[in-house]
Each structure stands twice: as structure tokens, then as C-alpha cells.
Ligand binder design. Structure first.
Ligand code: G6P
Ligand code: MG
Length: 216
């Protein structure tokens, strides 16, 4: 039996519904570049860093621009994304998130964020969630994107917890793989058809009970 000492949460798509803002911003770029970018394509971008997401997008569009153009495209996408997230408030947290984090803390578990996003802190501040975290690992602190375990391993390390005592919450396939690559358990948040690699899958955080954090 595994009883965790800490929960590490991905941000986008787990705590806040920013996945659709990322999708809208990437789609706007694809439209401008003249190719179709679908929601199914977007699954491949979830959990992946901004530049790697751009590489996947350009592969789909069969384009190979210069590095300079790529930097400009990434900046343009981020500007659109930032404009969308400026309006976020605590009401934009996904249902049950604040309560679940409170409950986890009340049980004495440590709480960390493990996100590839360089905008993670801004979002935690806008949604008034930053104070719930014992450690915040974001895209500014890591060099290796999920499925590399760096983001979660660094979180556990800074909390002083062994990797195998951590449970990760993820909505992305790359994120589940990152958790497993770190030797951690993973709860998938979303569809079990997509997230079948996770140890357990729930449609949303609001469906997870504290007892679900125990693994046989
Ligand atoms: C998260 C999202 C990705 C996003 C990445 C980088 O992992 O799931 O869709 O591309 O963060 O986000 P950023 O805000 O730094 O562009
Ligand atoms: Mg995510």
C-alpha cells in the first residue's frame, strides 16, 4: 500500500481551465499561417513547453520557418494567451479545486505545483491560489519538458519528500509519463480513453476523494 506524503498538481487543465485558452491562441496562429489545427491535434500540446508546442504545431502545418520567425510566432501566441488570462479571477478555478487543496493540507500532506507554463505564477495570483502551495515549480525553473520527470522531481526534492511518496495530478499524457518517469503515482484528470496510462482517472478534481490518494 502507498500512502502519499505530498500531492503535486499540474496547473493547466487540472486546477484551471486554461487548456481552452492555449488552444484558442494556437489555433489563431495556425489560422494566420493558413492551416487547420484541431482539438485532437491540441492533445499533443498539453503539458508540453511553449517552444516544443510550436514545433509540433509547425510540423502539423508542414512549415519550417527560421528560428527568428519561430520566436516571433511564440511571442505572438503568448500575447494572445496573456490577453485572455488577464481577466481570470478565483471564479475561474475548476469546481472543487480550492476545497480539495484545503482538505489535502488538512490531512497534513504537502502541496506542490508542477507546471511547464511560464505564466503559472500569474494564474495562481489571479485565482488567489498561490498561498495554498508549499512549492511552485513552473516553466521558468526547469529546462526539460514533460515527459521528462524534472518538474516533479524538483518539486519533491524541494519539499524533502521521496519521489515514491508523491501523487501527481495531470490532464496530459506527457505529464502522466513525467510522473511515472519520476517513480510517482499519477491521477489522470479527464477522459480515461486518453489518459489510460494513469494509475487512476477521474473526470474532474471534484470527483476525487481523499481516500482515492491511497494506492494498493
Ligand atoms: C502547460 C500547458 C501547455 C503550454 C505550456 C507552456 O504545460 O499544458 O499547453 O504550452 O504549459 O505554457 P506557457 O504559458 O509558458 O506558454
Ligand atoms: Mg495540463
Amino acid at each position: 500500500m502507498m500512502v502519499p506524503k505530498c500531492c503535486l498538481f499540474d496547473l493547466d487543465g487540472v486546477l484551471v481551465d486554461t487548456a481552452r485558452f492555449h488552444y484558442m491562441a494556437w489555433k489563431q496562429l495556425a489560422d494566420a499561417l493558413g492551416f487547420t489545427f484541431t482539438e485532437a491535434d491540441n492533445e499533443r500540446l498539453k503539458g508540453v513547453s511553449r517552444m516544443e508546442s510550436l514545433d509540433i504545431l509547425l510540423q502539423i502545418g508542414e512549415l519550417s520557418p527560421s528560428q527568428e520567425e519561430k520566436n516571433r510566432f511564440a511571442d505572438e501566441k503568448n500575447e494572445v494567451y496573456l490577453k485572455n488570462i488577464q481577466q481570470m479571477t478565483p471564479d475561474d478555478l475548476l469546481p472543487g479545486v480550492r476545497n480539495f487543496l484545503k482538505e489535502v493540507r488538512k490531512k497534513g500532506l504537502l502541496v506542490g505545483l508542477g507546471s511547464a507554463s511560464k505564466n503559472a505564477r500569474l494564474i495562481l495570483e489571479k485565482t488567489n491560489l498561490a498561498s495554498m502551495f508549499d512549492v511552485i515549480i513552473d516553466g521558468n525553473l526547469i529546462s526539460q519538458a514533460k515527459p521528462n520527470p524534472e518538474v516533479f522531481a524538483l518539486g519533491a526534492h524541494l519539499l524533502g519528500i521521496e519521489n515514491n511518496s508523491c501523487v501527481v495530478f495531470e490532464d496530459a499524457v506527457a505529464g502522466i509519463q513525467a510522473a511515472h518517469n519520476a517513480g510517482m503515482k499519477c491521477i489522470g484528470i479527464g477522459s480515461s480513453e486518453i489518459l489510460w496510462e494513469a494509475d487512476k482517472v477521474f473526470p474532474a478534481i471534484s470527483h476525487v476523494r481523499i481516500s482515492d490518494l491511497i494506492f494498493s
